[in-house]
Design a protein. Structure first.
Length: 154
């Protein structure tokens, strides 16, 4: 039987391993202007955070003793939700270059909130707009990272 503790240990180790992979891949990134952050800075930070969080989850789950919750596999509706969410993430990544980070982020967040039925459509639009604007100013303007800006912001 699958348990929450075992799942947390496996997920924690997987996230930590993914963090190590990102750290290694970020060392292979070259280039960048001298007056800006090097292009490897953001991937390195993400890799370090994934490594720390994954290791923390695995170690915490490893140390917990006592009653453990059984995990039930998702039914057909749950599997469909997972697949649609993964497909929308793939579309977000595919649309990032042609549409740019702000517009692709807006569409992805709006669709995800609407599809997962977390709030009304107007709230989804407002949250998506705020997220798109913040991502534009934070990643493109403030940090100067080389994300595509899209046709509206060029």
């Amino acid at each position: 039987m699958k348990t929450q503790r075992a799942a947390d240990i496996v997920v924690g180790c997987g996230v930590a391993l993914f963090g190590v992979f990102i750290l290694y891949a970020s060392t292979l990134i070259t280039g960048g202007a001298a007056h800006r952050l090097p292009p490897r800075t953001f991937p390195m930070i993400v890799g370090i955070l994934l490594l720390l969080c994954g290791s923390g989850l695995a170690l915490k789950s490893w140390s917990i003793r006592g009653a453990d919750l059984a995990i039930h596999w998702p039914d057909g509706e749950g599997i469909r939700t997972i697949l649609v969410t993964l497909l929308s993430l793939g579309c977000y990544i595919a649309l990032m270059n042609p549409l740019g980070l702000p517009i692709a982020t807006f569409l992805y967040i709006a669709f995800s909130i609407w599809y997962l039925k977390r709030s009304k459509w107007l709230m989804a639009i407002v949250i998506s707009l705020i997220t798109a604007v913040i991502s534009y100013y934070l990643f493109i303007r403030l940090l100067g990272l080389s994300f595509p800006t899209g046709v509206l912001f060029e």
